[in-house]
Write a protein that binds this ligand. Structure first.
Ligand code: SF4
Length: 463
């Protein structure tokens, strides 16, 4: 923040100096230069971004904003205690690893395509696969998809996503999948009434009774098959009566979920997971925190499915998802995650695993520690890191550090199992833990690192 202000102050000061009447040639030069630079698309974008950078208003509080949530200070994440909820052969919650899930984008009527897409996702580590089921024909197609998957591959935990007024569809598809996701805002869809300004308690409850009536057969079916349900609330599709009563707020999202939870509990059904998704990260974070507070107060321990919906694509889509999902996971909240990208679903899985590994919740790859490089760096760090990664990325479980110099490198490479550290021009040192093992010429560094790992019996050949 102070840097931003400093940069902008310096820019203004420079502009003031250059804009004084005593310096007309410089002013002219400045303006010509500026005009020229603004013709260059890349630089133009940079100018606009710097000029338009805003600091958004956020209240400052002296209290811990989330005092009821357990924030650990011992370097590990303490996960919220939840009940285990089955999804096929897996469990969500109950201390089980945070499960990674995604959703295929094939038409479910395309049996071959859907089976291949489910298999593709599962083979790269997606543990639960969701399929959209917008009609009864799609629900029936799930029977064939499941059969074909079992016959040609293996059982994969499957979730059916049911849409507007999906009660009959949900009831049918519950026979073929392990979990049914319903959206409380759409399950009994009431067309918005344009002239309406409020819901009376009687009207509110009347719709509640209708929901109970339509939800009951699905709940009974899932309960009797020991399958599960996700109550998946979306900020963008809250039911009108919830909007009128609680507003377009995290509270409205939470109340929407609680209404469905209570209906399930009335029927002795507890295989429930909850999701509260929004495309705005602060809303999604707030809704999940509030849900946890409410559940704690009510003695409920249902696991949470985390995701930032409509996160978009590319770098920013990944950043948004990581900001929302990572924040909550770091607070111990969350039992399964989906990163929703506007890209092929296969692209979502590495992001999920990256978030989980960065937080120390799961381990699926080598943990690399590398310094950012600076004037002391003794080799091309980016290039060497790339070479080290290429040679060792299959050694899941190891921590490997690549550090530019011995001044700070050994001390800062945390608890790495092995270190590759710049020693002097043309030479690097290899470390086992904090112990320097040998100095080798830089061009032999990667090969010698491999030899060291082999000598320790920790090497496996890549598949
Ligand atoms: S480890 Fe050395 S080279 Fe790397 S950033 Fe720190 S001081 Fe610079």
């Amino acid at each position: 923040m102070s840097n931003e202000r400093g940069d902008s102050d310096r820019a203004s000061a420079a502009f003031c100096i250059l804009n004084t009447p005593q310096l007309p040639p410089l002013v002219a030069l400045w303006k010509i230069g500026l005009t020229f630079l603004r013709q260059l698309p890349f630089l133009n974008a940079t100018f606009i971004k710097r000029r338009d950078m805003q600091t958004l208003p956020n209240p400052i509080t002296s209290q811990t904003p989330i005092s009821s949530i357990c924030l650990s200070t011992d370097g590990t994440i303490h996960r919220r205690k939840t009940r285990p909820v089955p999804v096929g052969s897996l469990y969500i919650g109950g201390g089980h690893p945070v499960a990674v899930q995604s959703m295929i984008n094939e038409d479910t009527l395309d049996i071959e395509g859907s089976v291949a897409a489910i298999r593709r996702l599962h083979e790269i580590g997606c543990e639960i696969v969701r399929v959209t089921v917008p009609s009864m024909a799609h629900a029936k197609a799930m029977e064939q998809i499941r059969e074909k998957l079992y016959a040609t591959y293996q059982p994969v935990p499957l979730v059916a996503d049911v849409h507007h007024n999906g009660m009959k569809i949900a009831l049918e598809v519950a026979n073929y999948v392990d979990n049914v996701r319903i959206n409380p805002g759409l399950y009994v869809f009431e067309k918005p009434n344009v002239g309406r300004t409020e819901y009376t308690p009687a009207e509110f409850n009347e719709i509640g009774d209708k929901i109970r009536e339509t939800l009951e057969p699905l709940v009974v079916s899932l309960r009797d098959q020991n399958k599960s349900m996700r109550i998946g609330v979306n900020h963008g599709s809250l039911a009108e009566r919830m909007l009128f009563t609680y507003g377009d707020t995290p509270e409205g999202m939470v109340e929407s979920a609680l209404e469905f939870i209570r209906l399930c509990e009335d029927l002795n059904f507890y295989n429930i997971e909850i999701s509260l998704k929004a495309s705005k990260v602060p809303v999604m974070v707030a809704a999940n925190r509030l849900m946890v507070q409410r559940m704690d107060a009510l003695g409920m321990d249902y696991p949470l499915h985390l995701g930032v919906t409509e996160a978009g694509d590319g770098e920013y889509g990944r950043i948004k998802s990581t900001a929302g999902i990572g924040t909550l996971l770091a607070e111990g909240i969350g039992d399964t995650i989906r990163v929703s990208l506007t890209e092929a679903p296969e692209k979502e899985i590495p992001v999920c695993y990256g978030i989980l590994q960065a937080l120390g919740l799961r381990r699926t790859m080598v943990e690399y520690v590398a310094c950012p490089s600076c004037g002391r760096t003794l080799f091309n760090l980016e290039e060497v890191l790339h070479k080290v990664r290429q040679a060792t990325s299959h050694l899941t479980g190891l921590n490997i550090a690549v550090m530019g110099c011995i001044v700070n490198g050994p001390g800062e490479m945390a608890d790495a199992d092995y270190g590759y550290v710049g020693k002097q021009a043309g030479y690097i040192s290899l470390y086992r833990g904090r112990e320097e093992i040998k100095k080798v010429p830089e061009d032999q560094g990667v090969a010698e690192l491999i030899n060291l790992i082999k000598a320790d019996g920790k090497w496996v050949d890549p598949e």
